[in-house]
Ligand binder design. Structure first.
Ligand SMILES: [Ca+2]
Ligand SMILES: [Ca+2]
Length: 506
């Protein structure tokens, strides 16, 4: 029973989930109603598809709606209208100021008309835009005009073009809903996402404390909200006695469509509209061409234009002929390539045959057993497959050996060059230095000997005898020599006599 209940609940959940998924609207990015830095401005300081008024100034990273100076008003408005029953606008803003309290605030608009048609800022009393607007305004109200201690406040106010905004009470009785959020001086941009679909208006706010794209919280939601079928998108801001920088960094707009309706099919009405636009554009182009020719009659006509439109376009037959011609060209190229390969193969075959013919008789003509066939090959039969393989293997191994030899020769050569270089640079210098040194020393020795030879002989005589002096005079030396000689002779005579006596006993 309980499992049946569980299955039932699960089924209900699945159905609900499918309904939600099925009802999720199709989103289409509206690039003409969006902008995003960097490189936001063009050379003439304009932002494509957008126009700005008052004190607003576009920079490369975003648009500064007002600077933090007193009593400034500015706004930026789309040039095109958003024409969709459902839409989503996301704006990334920064409201920064040095004061603890800022003013006045910033507004995001979806209105039938543009809220700042002129630069006359006197009329732009609602956060830098005109009062009595027809459409929606989402206000980021910094300053607490009514003293309820409920600012900064974010709220949505819908107007049908008749109501004057109650500034002194911060529109407290006029708004559809709102939330108390401090959007000033945040580390990351504060993001406001406004969704209008099936007459349900939802405002979600990202508090700018993180850089996570998905940290949105619901600020307000209201159903049965009726807004104009199409409208301009605008952002405006104002400062008062207190001032903040009001910057908008990006604005992205999506139109939301019923997923059950196939939006890829263009309706007849839209088709006619596009055709009309195209015709209008072409007429304008022709007129511009004619005007140019009138203004520059001497200008040489474009040679491509001489032939008229026929020069620019080709007929169906021409197109087909060109396709056939291209195809034939490709076939021709392929055939040529095949031909080339065949020639190459023929060349190789001839080379192999000539090598076999050059081989000594008997080596390539020995009778061989054919595998599987069992037939005896007769002498002089054509070359066998395995012989060709062996030849190729031999050749390969030869090539490899030659390669090895080449490598070794190269190595030896490199080493020889290295040794030569060494000898030619560092070693040679050292050897030369050693030679010079030796030469010097030898010449020194020669000089010393020369000096000794040239010295007078008297200097070679023995110094006068003294107890510490043991110089030998020549007479003493000769007497000692004679005595030694006599003693040696005597000893030899004595030994020979001794030996003669010893022999007698044997
Ligand atoms: Ca206020
Ligand atoms: Ca207030």
């Amino acid at each position: 029973m309980s499992s049946a209940m569980f299955s039932f609940h699960f089924l209900l959940f699945i159905i609900a989930f499918l309904c939600v998924v099925a009802q999720a609207p199709k989103r289409r990015f509206e690039y003409k109603l969006s902008f995003k830095g960097p490189h936001l401005v063009q050379r003439d300081n304009s932002v494509p598809f957008w126009e700005y008024f008052g004190d607003a100034l576009a920079g490369d990273e975003g648009i500064r709606i007002t600077p933090s100076l007193r009593s400034k008003k500015g706004s930026v408005w789309s040039k095109n209208k958003l024409e969709s029953k459902g839409w989503e606008i996301e704006a990334g803003v920064r409201v920064t100021g040095r004061g603890r309290i800022g003013a006045d605030g910033l507004a995001i608009w979806f209105t039938e008309g543009r809220g700042s048609k002129t630069d006359n800022q006197v009329d732009n009393v609602v956060f830098g835009a005109a009062d009595k607007w027809n459409g929606l305004g989402v206000f980021l109200d910094s300053f607490d005009n009514d003293g309820q201690h409920n600012n900064p406040y974010i709220m949505a106010v819908v107007n049908d073009g008749t109501i004057a905004y109650d500034h002194h009470n911060d529109g407290s009785t006029q708004n559809l809903g709102g939330c108390l959020r401090d959007f000033r001086n945040k580390p990351f941009p504060v993001r406001v996402k406004i969704e209008y679909y099936n007459q349900i208006l939802t405002v979600r706010v990202h508090n700018g404390l993180t850089n996570n794209q998905n940290d949105f919280e619901i600020c307000m939601s209201a159903s049965n909200v009726v807004l104009p079928a199409s409208g301009y998108i605008g952002i405006s801001a104002a400062t008062g006695g207190l001032a903040d920088d009001h910057d908008i960094l990006y604005l992205s707009t999506h139109s939301l469509h019923d997923p059950t309706v196939d939006t890829s099919q263009v309706s007849e009405e839209e088709r006619q509209k596009f055709e009309q636009e195209f015709k209008q554009y072409q007429d304008e182009l022709d007129k511009a061409k004619q005007d140019y020719q009138k203004e520059h009659p001497d200008e040489k006509k474009d040679e491509y234009y001489e032939g008229g439109d026929d020069q620019w376009f080709q007929s169906q037959n021409e197109k087909e002929m060109k396709q056939i011609f291209d195809g034939q060209n490709i076939i021709n190229n392929v055939l040529r390539e095949v031909n080339r390969k065949l020639d190459e193969l023929m060349g190789r075959q001839e080379m192999v045959i000539s090598r076999i013919n050059a081989m000594p008789v008997g080596q390539g003509q020995a009778p061989q057993q054919v595998q599987g066939g069992g037939q005896q090959q007769v002498a002089g039969s054509p070359i066998q497959r395995h012989e060709v393989d062996r030849l190729i293997n031999n050749q390969n191994s030869l090539l490899q050996q030659i390669g090895d030899l080449k490598y070794i020769i190269n190595d030896v050569q490199q080493k020889a060059i290295a040794i030569q270089n060494q000898a030619g640079t560092g070693g040679g210098v050292q050897d030369k230095m050693a030679l010079h040194e030796m030469k010097d020393r030898i010449s020194n020795v020669a000089n010393d000997i020369q000096l000794l030879i040239n010295k007078p002989q008297a200097n070679l005589q023995c110094p006068p005898p003294s107890p510490s002096n043991n110089c030998l005079s020549s007479s003493v030396f000769f007497v000692a020599l004679v005595i030694q000689f006599v003693l040696t002779i005597g000893y030899m005579v004595y030994r020979s006599n001794k030996e003669a006596q010893a022999k007698k006993f044997y």
